[in-house]
Write a protein that binds this ligand. Structure first.
Ligand code: HEC
Ligand code: HEC
Ligand code: HEC
Ligand code: HEC
Length: 491
């Protein structure tokens, strides 16, 4: 199964698309938004014009004596003597005084269409230390182009001291890398109403890859959250070990007051056996599904609208319609790779592996950083018995996604076909190191040693299986069979 890919970049509360789509960072991520500052505190809502000029805009709420001073920003004001920042050929890039403006330091912007200044509305504190750690941009170095992140960070330490406040960026990064320590931090972030909702939703979506009782509980809480985006994300990313629980857990959200949540619930329940729904639920389900289709048909000129319809029909087990919509998405935007990946999965299910291969090779060629696509291609090629190519793509995916131990396991199996034994063993060992209790990995290694007559090693694996899964017969049977072979050897 393919991991779920990002579906839409827009979100809405009850059908309303937020305006923020055209400003480059989202205001809803900011602490200010969280404290009920609104667009209308800075903009005239009809003309979008700013209510005040320069720093006065911010000094409506922030004290001038504290922030509009050198003690805060350490830069010279307009009119003071100083050296502007110049390009290497001597052109003035930033005049003296620009370093003392609140907006470029807290809302760094881009010039669009020459005259339109569009600042980052997420209103952040410049963090060159995070640039060094995570590669995130920082405001200082957008002006100080000739300096390093380290240079800026050194000045911040000099000005404000060595301490830095914790930032959710590090948690999100650890979650994306699937580091084990991210689990607890992601749960805390997802459930903490003091963080911006979009940050919490991101944390929740990352939590989906950490399965366990505690994370399932976190998702159940999220389904009852006050914020629609959290409920919607929970429906979208919830991982259940038993499909039959899905209706019981998601069903009630078909009645959600927010349309986006109802539609997500209907989409998630699509493909469930009808008998699991009561007749009442079936009616609400159909209504929410219709809302979803209408909404997506409305955006059918965009690749994502077609893509979402494709996913819906795939879930409803209507592959012809699904394929038609994926193909339409690709026709609209040839670079929209999620449609290609999911279309490839459909081809694969229908046994049309040649077509699937062409699509996945296109995606991997155009987006080498989408390691999940390389992983899928590796699995597909293995299925097609093209082991050498399969190994190459699986190796790439394993390097790009080091915490995904399953890839190492798959790689280990493929390398055995290529008779690259030492590498195969190392890959299987690598998988087991990251997930020491995993039965598939334990068994694969036992099998590897048995097939190569390394009975002592095989025996030790069998003992590990018994120790870790005492209730399962397979370990005991394996041990018996190995012991019998060892006896035979002695004779
Ligand atoms: C804290 C003040 C502040 C808040 C709150 C704020 N903005 Fe802005 N916004 C700015 C500043 C400063 C600019 C840059 C304007 C310029 O220099 O021309 C800007 C620019 C914009 C622009 C580009 C304007 C243009 O002429 O193209 C848009 C669009 C915009 N804001 C939308 C929004 C929306 C929507 C919200 C609420 C979600 C919002 N802003 C909230 C300060 C703010
Ligand atoms: C309508 C009032 C209002 C206006 C106007 C306003 N702010 Fe704020 N700002 C706030 C509030 C409230 C907070 C949250 C304070 C807190 O929780 O500590 C805040 C917090 C901040 C923070 C801290 C953010 C963080 O993540 O810790 C920064 C930086 C900031 N504002 C910069 C600006 C800048 C720059 C402007 C002008 C473009 C501006 N503010 C305009 C009310 C305002
Ligand atoms: C040269 C960059 C720069 C300029 C210009 C600047 N700031 Fe800041 N601001 C910072 C940095 C860096 C911090 C974090 C300081 C720290 O860690 O103590 C900060 C923090 C803040 C905070 C959060 C304080 C807190 O303790 O949470 C607010 C609010 C703020 N600035 C408002 C403003 C306002 C209003 C202006 C304009 C009058 C302004 N800043 C100008 C760099 C700047
Ligand atoms: C909007 C552009 C702009 C931003 C953003 C900005 N600066 Fe500056 N900076 C300037 C300009 C212009 C000067 C020269 C005039 C002066 O000294 O204020 C300067 C001067 C300096 C200087 C002293 C001169 C030097 O080169 O040694 C330091 C140090 C400095 N900035 C550090 C920072 C740091 C750290 C940040 C981020 C917190 C930052 N600046 C953000 C424009 C900017």
């Amino acid at each position: 199964m393919l991991p779920a890919l990002l579906t839409e970049s827009l979100y809405f509360t009850d059908g309303q698309i937020l305006e923020e789509v055209y400003v480059y960072g989202s205001f809803t991520q900011s602490k200010m938004y969280h404290r009920d500052v609104r667009c209308s505190d800075c903009h005239d809502v009809h003309s979008v014009k700013l209510l005040k000029e320069g720093n006065d805009l911010c000094l409506q709420c922030h004290r001038a004596g504290e922030y509009d001073t050198k003690r805060h920003h350490f830069h010279k004001k307009k009119g003071e003597k100083g050296e502007p920042i110049k390009s290497s050929d001597g052109k003035v890039l930033f005049k003296v005084g620009t370093g003392a403006d609140c907006v470029p330091c807290h809302m760094p912007g881009r010039q669009y269409m020459v005259i339109d200044y569009r600042p980052d509305h997420s209103i952040r504190i410049p963090r060159p230390d995070l640039s060094m750690k995570l590669g995130a941009p920082n405001a200082c170095n957008r002006c100080h182009l000739d300096k390093t992140d380290k240079w800026s960070d050194g000045w911040l330490t000099k000005w404000y001291g060595p301490g830095r406040r914790p930032h959710y960026g590090t948690v999100i990064e650890a979650g994306r890398k699937r580091l084990p320590q991210a689990r607890k931090q992601l749960m805390r972030l997802a459930g903490d109403p003091l963080y911006p909702v979009i940050v919490r939703a991101t944390a929740l979506s990352l939590l989906a890859t950490f399965s366990g009782k505690d994370t399932t509980e976190a998702f159940k809480l999220a389904l009852m959250d006050d914020e629609a985006l959290i409920r919607r994300t929970a429906i979208d990313t919830l991982n259940l070990s038993h499909q039959k629980d899905l209706v019981r857990i998601i069903g009630p959200l078909l009645y959600d007051p927010v349309k986006a949540v109802r539609m997500e619930a209907a989409q998630r329940l699509a493909g469930q056996p009808e008998k699991r729904l009561s007749s009442q639920e079936r009616r609400v389900f159909q209504a929410a599904l219709d809302e979803f289709k209408t909404s997506m048909m409305y955006s059918a000129d965009f690749a994502f609208g077609r893509y979402n319809l494709g996913n819906l029909y795939a879930a409803l087990n209507r592959p012809e319609e699904a394929m038609r919509n994926y193909q339409a998405a690709i026709k609209i935007d040839d670079l929209f790779y999620p449609a290609k990946v999911n279309l490839a999965m459909l081809y694969n299910q229908r046994g049309e592996n040649g077509k699937a291969e062409v699509l996945l090779r296109e995606v991997v060629g155009a987006h080498p950083e989408v390691y999940d696509a390389a992983y899928s291609l590796g699995l597909l090629l293995a299925e097609m018995k093209q082991y050498a190519d399969a190994a190459e793509f699986l190796e790439g995916a394993a390097k790009g996604l080091p915490q995904r131990h399953r890839i190492q396991y798959n790689l280990g199996l493929v390398l055995q076909h290529l008779k690259r034994d030492a590498e195969a063993e190392a890959a299987l060992r690598g998988a087991l190191e990251r997930a020491p209790d995993n039965m598939d990995y334990l068994y694969a290694l036992a099998d590897y040693y048995m097939k190569r007559g390394q009975l002592k090693n095989a025996k030790s694996m069998a003992k590990q299986i018994i120790a870790k899964h005492p209730g399962q017969r397979i370990g005991h049977e394996l041990l018996q069979s190995i012991e019998r072979s060892l006896e035979d050897d002695k004779k």
